[in-house]
Ligand binder design. Structure first.
Ligand code: NAD
Length: 356
């Protein structure tokens, strides 16, 4: 099969980690007889430096015309004092809006070999493998009216039926590809927007009789995530709750350099955006020691959700797990006995793909 993938390396370590992920995807393409065409474009600080805007039109158009987008990271201290429209992160928000992605998928998977890197006790965290589906374009972050004056600050948390339905559908479908268990998290005992959320999810559940549906309140879920993280398979929740819960879940599994994300949605042939959860890490940029696994795991999500290549996605994920199990790791993975560079890590993952 023929696929067009837009690559946006961005700034700092974004450049190093996307390079490794692209070569992994090329290895997968060769092994399975696919044709992946990669096109790199400017985005973030490097775009500001070269053309004066964080998201050039050409970049957005290329992204919209492709099958999927792989992004590294954007930003750096030299842009901190720029006005908002000239900040690298503004380009990221514009890209998400331009692609119409409304569901953010954040898996948190604990590699057994990194169990000591988790802040939780091994007996609690062992076996953690969950996916948070966060609504990305609604709720309190976008609701109107909003504002602040000298006496008050106010926001509006509002959801419509179609907004809940479309993200809940993504979550039900994701659960079907996993262990078929879905927790819908809300605050329906207090918030009307959550009452609508729950009603819509319950109605949609009739279309997914094979998925076991549970409801929970966000405060209880925040506790359960650190007490019994293995209870969860897929969690779906609204924007603000998802922002908080996905950060909480991300620390369960060790280094920030390991974790991928996918932003999907939009119309039938929507373009998904795949990126690690970390930033451009100026403190280690250019040293060749950034952990590329978060980006390579994002490439696996790209294979799964945008290209629908499940077998290929699993092989890439197996390659990551096997490489970690062999004791290899970039310096952020302190418990790993065999220290390697960014490129060596990528090479080891590709070698596994080539031989399995
Ligand atoms: P960061 O994620 O870049 O770094 C936080 C810490 O984690 C640093 O010590 C860094 O060295 C380490 N780290 C991050 N990724 C790593 C990896 N792959 N391997 C090894 N260590 C890794 O967060 P920050 O320092 O708060 O932000 C730096 C810049 O990145 C800022 O300009 C910020 O705005 C931007 N940022 C961008 C994104 C994005 O592009 N999506 C996300 C977060 C932050």
């Amino acid at each position: 099969m023929n696929y067009k993938i837009t690559v946006l390396p961005g700034d700092g370590i974004g450049v190093d980690v996307t390079r490794e992920a692209v070569v992994c995807l090329q290895t997968i393409a060769t092994k399975f007889g696919h044709d992946f065409v990669f096109e790199s474009h400017l985005m973030g600080g490097c775009a500001l430096d070269k053309v004066g805007v964080p998201l050039p039109d050409e970049t957005l158009k290329a992204a919209q015309a492709s099958d999927a987008v792989l992004l590294g990271a954007v930003g750096g201290p030299q842009y901190d004092n720029n006005p908002p429209r000239l900040k690298p992160e503004t380009g990221l928000l514009a890209l998400r809006a331009g692609l119409g992605v409304f569901a953010n998928l954040r898996p948190a998977f604990l590699h057994e070999t990194l169990i000591d890197a988790s802040p939780l006790k091994p007996e609690i965290v062992r076996g953690t493998d969950l996916l948070i589906v966060r609504e990305l374009m609604g709720g309190a972050y976008f609701g109107q009216p909003r504002g602040v004056d000298d006496e008050r600050g106010w926001n509006t948390m509002a959801y419509t039926v179609p907004e809940v339905e479309r993200v809940a559908r993504v979550a039900f479908e994701a659960a079907r590809l996993r262990r078929k268990k879905l927790h819908s998290i809300d605050k329906a005992n207090v918030l009307e927007s959550s009452q609508l959320w729950r009603k819509v999810v319950v109605r949609l559940a009739a279309e997914y009789p094979d998925v076991e549906l549970h409801h929970g309140y966000v405060d209880a879920c925040a506790m359960q995530l650190v007490m019994r993280p293995t209870d969860y398979d897929v969690i779906v929740t609204e924007n603000l709750f998802g922002d908080i819960l996905s950060d909480e879940a991300s620390v369960l599994t060790g280094s920030i350099g390991l974790l991928p994300s996918a932003s999907i949605g939009g119309k039938a042939n929507a373009v998904g955006l795949y990126e690690p959860i970390h930033g451009s890490a100026p403190d280690i940029a250019g040293k060749g020691i950034a952990n590329p696994i978060g980006t390579i795991a994002s490439a696996a999500l790209l294979l799964r959700y945008s290209l629908k290549l499940e077998k290929e996605a699993r092989l890439l994920e197996d390659a990551i797990t096997a490489t970690l199990k062999s004791g290899y790791g970039t310096p952020d993975l302190k418990s790993q006995p065999n220290r390697v560079t960014t490129t060596q890590m990528g090479d080891l993952i590709r070698k596994y793909i080539g031989t399995h």
